[in-house]
Design a protein around this ligand. Structure first.
Ligand code: CMP
Length: 138
């Protein structure tokens, strides 16, 4: 089990001015921030990031939403980071997310769901490299 994961504060949460509250929930849950930036994904970059979903019916909508404004990718460290972070963010659909999770608090819908979290150690490495390639994350 790895100790790194990639979070993204998505454009809906950035637009609603929830960056600070979401970062506070992340650090209060014991995650260490190893890298953080604000960026606007190009269509090409968003398509690559979500390549695993390219056959899904919502792929086009997902890419459009993720390129609709700034987002905040954050490289995080904690023991068992992938599973721990997925617990903190809650279910993809905020209607199914448990009380106290980030999505329960800040997500509007399945598509505009405030945060992303890597789903495996392998994808965490790929996703961290997507945003922080060439940087040494100490
Ligand atoms: P995320 O954790 O970023 O990974 C894939 C994303 O696809 C997911 O969060 C949702 O934002 C999005 N997604 C999943 N299911 C649907 C759906 N049925 N309709 C629209 N978007 C979806």
């Amino acid at each position: 089990m790895g100790n790194k994961t990639l979070a993204i504060i998505k454009p809906d949460a950035v637009k609603r001015n929830n960056i600070g509250q979401i970062i506070a929930m992340i650090t209060e849950a014991g995650f260490k921030i190893k890298g953080l930036r604000m960026t606007r994904l190009s269509k090409e970059s968003a398509m690559k990031f979500y390549e695993v979903h390219k056959e899904r019916p919502f792929y086009g909508e997902l890419v459009e939403f993720m390129t609709s404004g700034n987002c905040v990718p954050i490289a995080l460290e904690k023991e068992n980071a992938v599973a721990e972070f997925r617990k903190l963010i809650g279910a993809t659909d905020p209607a199914q997310a448990e009380e106290g999770t980030i999505r329960k608090k800040y997500a509007a819908s399945k598509a505009e769901n405030a945060v992303h979290g890597s789903d495996s150690d392998e994808n965490a490495s790929i996703e961290i490299a997507h945003f922080f390639a060439g940087e040494s994350l100490l």
